[in-house]
Design a protein around this ligand. Structure first.
Ligand code: PSV
Ligand code: MN
Length: 424
């Protein structure tokens, strides 16, 4: 299914009067609204190929139908999102779930939809059919060199697929760890992992980046070999200038100060990318901004401040991506909400008066500092987002139009109800 431009224009025409009234009033109390709109027009968030189908828990899965059955259909789904919000112009693939049989054809299809290829992800957390050696006890940290070599070869193959599609980064997330005390020698596991990562790093094209994603627990519960940002940063520093840390918002222990982590990684020039989601407990993979939008705003505050200090371009300097699972919502609606939440937090963080905040910090005016942050957080920037979308040819209200056009019903008609998108 494709959404024709005239359907979007027609929707925008119907909404225009009320949009303009809201925009006019927003412009009155938001200084620099035009600059924010321009920044929003550029901002893109990559969609993970594995989040287009219904997710599940180990207790069950309740698919809503119309799921993409192939890489082509996944691209079409992202094409729908991008047509509506003009901010979902890239896809992150997971290999082997998304091996392109004909990269040239896939590239042409993506180009036609305005989609580029973000970081490619390797998978050594599952055993694949016909695989010679098991990852039950880890992959890059495994005690058996043959298993490590198999996992290294897989990562090198992932880079090869990414090169064929025009991607320029690989994300390595390892489930390696231990579930019981005594199972593992931590130092040796680290050293083996580093040696394996070095071999993968050696096969990176010179314009490529390697993102090392950390996670506090799950599937291993006693230790994870890349368990926190300190360990990820250690690997990245030892590997070299093409290696960076990737922060997934759901991969921390409760109450972690993620905004501080982000600030220090940026200071070190080692923050590579983001997996956005939200959570109540851990790696819940809920819709971005659904539980704790203030935390998301504080993270964006540190990101924007840190990127500005380093002269990093907001829209392309870091790899922005969603990593979520949709257990009870329509995946496409959920992704529209997530992109919106990310852009709201980004826009609000642009409203912070950094000079004024800096003055409060220098004079220990804690009360005023809080006021400055919360004034920005409580500003309704949604009319600016809508205007940025409209100027890019997107829909003023993407979610409303998605429902008006009965997109899910069309997808079910086209694809049926039994197809299952690959992923977790
Ligand atoms: C692991 O929990 C993770 O966050 C990694 O990014 C994986 O690649 C992704 O989820 C896919 O399940
Ligand atoms: Mn992730």
């Amino acid at each position: 299914m494709l959404i024709e431009a005239n359907r979007i224009q027609e929707h925008d025409r119907r909404q225009l009067l009320s949009h303009e009234a809201q925009l006019d009033s927003a412009r009155k109390f938001i200084p620099g609204a035009s600059v924010v709109i321009e920044r929003l027009r550029e901002f893109q968030v990559a969609i993970p190929s594995w989040a287009l189908g219904t997710g599940g828990t180990r207790f069950g899965r309740f698919p809503g139908g119309g799921e993409p059955r192939s890489l082509e259909e996944k691209l079409q789904d992202i094409g729908l999102l991008h047509a509506l919000n003009r901010s979902s112009g890239s896809i992150s693939l997971h290999i082997p779930w998304d091996i392109p049989s004909d990269p040239e054809r896939i590239k042409t299809l993506a180009k036609g939809l305005g989609i580029r290829f973000d970081a490619v992800n390797s998978n050594t957390f599952q055993d694949q059919q016909g695989q010679a050696l098991s990852y039950k006890f880890g992959s890059l940290h495994h005690v058996d060199q043959a298993v490590r070599e198999q996992a290294i070869a897989h990562n090198v193959e992932v880079i090869r697929h990414g090169v064929a599609l025009g991607s320029d980064a690989i994300t390595v997330w390892l489930s390696d760890g231990s579930s019981y005390p005594g199972q593992l020698n931590f130092r040796k596991a680290f050293e083996r992992t580093l040696e394996s990562l070095r071999k993968i790093y050696a096969s990176l094209p010179s314009n490529w980046k390697m993102y090392i994603e950390y996670k506090a627990y799950e599937p291993n519960f006693y230790s994870m070999t890349v368990g926190d940002w300190g360990q990820s940063l250690l690997y990245a520093q030892k590997l070299g200038p093409q290696a960076f840390t990737l922060v997934d918002l759901g991969h921390h222990l409760p109450h972690a100060n993620i905004e501080q982590i982000v600030s220090l990684l940026l200071m070190e020039g080692k923050l590579g990318g983001f997996h956005f989601n939200d959570s109540k407990y851990g790696d819940d993979d809920l819709t971005v901004g659904s539980i704790n939008p203030y935390q998301l705003f504080l993270i964006f505050h540190e990101l924007v401040e840190g990127m500005d200090v380093k002269g990093i371009k907001h829209s392309s300097g870091l790899s922005w991506m969603i990593d979520a699972s949709h257990n009870v919502k329509d995946p496409l609606e959920d992704l529209l909400q997530s992109v919106e939440a990310i852009k709201i937090a980004y826009a609000q963080s642009l409203l912070i008066d950094q000079a004024e905040l800096n003055h409060c910090q220098q004079t220990n005016d804690v009360t005023r500092a809080q006021e400055i942050l919360q004034r920005a957080f409580r500003t309704d920037v949604r009319p600016l987002l809508a205007e940025a979308r409209r100027l890019e040819g997107g829909a003023l209200q993407p979610l409303d139009l998605f429902r008006e056009l009965k997109v899910r019903a069309s997808l079910i008609k086209e694809r049926g109800t039994s197809g299952v998108a690959t992923g977790l």
